[in-house]
Write a protein that binds this ligand. Sequence first.
Ligand code: MOS
Length: 739
Amino acid sequence: MTTYIGTATSRVDGRAKVTGAAKYAGEFNTAGLAHASVVTSTIAKGRIARIDASEALSVAGVIDVFTHQNRPPMASTDSAYKDDVAPEGAPFRPLYNDRIWFSGQPVALVVAEEPEIARFAASLVRVEYDEEAYVTDVHRQREAAFALEPDENPFAPPKPRGAAEQAFAAAAVRHRGEYYVPIEHHNPMELFASTVIFEPDGKLTVYDKTQGVQNVQRYLCSVLGMQPDEVRVLSPFVGGAFGSGLRPQYQALLAALAARAVNRSVRLVLTRQQMYGLAYRPAMIHEITLGANAGGTLDAVMHEAVTVTSQYEDFHRQETGWSGLLYKCANAKYALRLARLDLPTPCDMRAPSAAPAVYALECAIDELAVALKLDPLELRLKCYSDRDQHTDRPYSSKSLRECYRQGAETFGWDKRNPEPCSMREGAELVGWGMATGVWEALQVPIAVRVVLTANGHAEVSCATSDIGTGTYTIMAQVAADMLGLPLDNVTIKLGDSTLPQSPVEGGSWIAASVSNGITTTAGVVREELLRLAKRMPNSPLANAKVDEVALADGRLVSKRDALRTVSIADAMRHGGVDRIEQETTTTFAQDSSHAQNTHSAVFAEVKVDEQLGVIRVTRVVSAVAAGRILNTKTASSQIMGGVVWGIGMALHEETLVDHNFGRIMNANIAEYHVPVNADVHDIKVIFVDEPDEIVNPLGVKGLGEIGIVGVAAAIANAVYHATGKRVRDLPITLDKLQR
Ligand code: MOS
């Protein structure tokens, strides 16, 4: 049954990707394609007083320039702009009116014969503003931050339990710390881009960089007043998205708007600098308060967070809930407040809320361990929880203890001298730190179509994306196993709004959802094949029930008697059919009696130059429990990618806003630092066995996000161990070690 599931199958789309055959949104060509370029605002707040495009229009090759004054009609209600994952509030509308909400906002769109002409002409559009006072610094807006009504939304902080303040006051050992995580911007390799093909009948075919083609299709139809059959959105390949492409981004709407206005196909590719006006994780202040008894059990956990949103939407996630979930503790309390700034609405970024919040919690736990004079791993084991602390439920599975054990063993944790500054190698101080990671095992309703042909080939389709995670490959593996076919006989179609329904690919929910979806549909195909096989004269499967047969090696096989088989080709030939087509929607029952989470234990080694403070992350071991692993190769890559980003979060990444101008200073990847090859050393990924018969039939939990959670804390804790300096605001740059 499982020839491919669980193996290290190479990406089925790997060859297409490395040879350039895989096309991305900005690479599709068509005759008469025009090119667009965006002009963005230079102020953070106010109104456009005057906009003069005459010089731009006079450039040879410029087709038109659109501003809020001459743009084509767009919907006028807020609800029309609400996409599938929009937060509360009134979504941003590009070129809608003269209002400026943030620096870097699109204020004009130049359409020209060539991209260079469009970009040059864009530089000639003159904009004058009436500027208003603005705030872009979370620290300045902290006092004015507002709490959300508890029942307002699904991400409201969990209900408190026990009496946290009293328990903290009575605790033998106490720690309170404030941890700061700066703005981080999305920097996927692929820039946001849309190529809109203007079809002869006025319909639009939109190649878009997105994590959800049907989300973008609904959005464009709604804003442009078009019918579902008039807009097709495709995204066959995505060059990284990580949450930046969950919501439709403005380039898709602007390119579509322009195409309909000039009756031509239009491509719009944002520049790297313009990407900094789009997609970022908000700055956050996390205050963690912990109280413990001298034996090392937790008495109180309190978490107060301030996160950032825009002036027009209330974006936030479950920022505080992780703290009370992870460890056994009778008393817990949370508060989340939002600070409004004159910035675009923030968005999801890989393990949204968990990456920054668990960073804070796991550094605080390390500080508590130091105060208790306990090994940080031992403290975590003392506080280990086999039940969901919020609702006192068991987990569908939780192999975190085994993550700790295998991770520690692989890393060599038992050789750690607990004294800070005690380990060194030449001119470098050596530090070892560890942390826990946690994320959710989510799943969403999804539809899958299977077309099986008599020649033993199957086409499996679903509108999901593959944002680089390896969805094409795991879909092919699961389909091949469930249909009993060689991998090469399976073709996967995804990233097309005309395919069977799929939500956005995010939240680490697609692997679990689509693999079980394929299993469901393959079961219906098997049923149909068995019906045909039974009708054959002297059928060896005449009395078999559908659960008693499997598909293997191109045959229906009785699980009771392996000699009773019928080939797929024979069954179909006798039944007079040359194809079987089935589409089913799989839903996942909300099992409220179990908590469903993934976990990890992250161990990090840093070496810190004692003179200069330069930090190198020389080793990371990440032991992950995420249910059944569909593909050990692509899964390892996911975790490794998360670890690399965790290194960036700990040491490099930081968006710097000049609060005197409300404008980002390092809107480029020369000055916005991300880890490069020289920053990445030995990363070991371990998948701990975690059978789970509750979470879903295949026992898959998904792991696109768990890989980053805990990494920054493990590194920060290692830096403390190396240097004796506790830096609580990220990134830990060398200047902070000198203070
Ligand atoms: Mo993920 S941040 O839900 O793409």
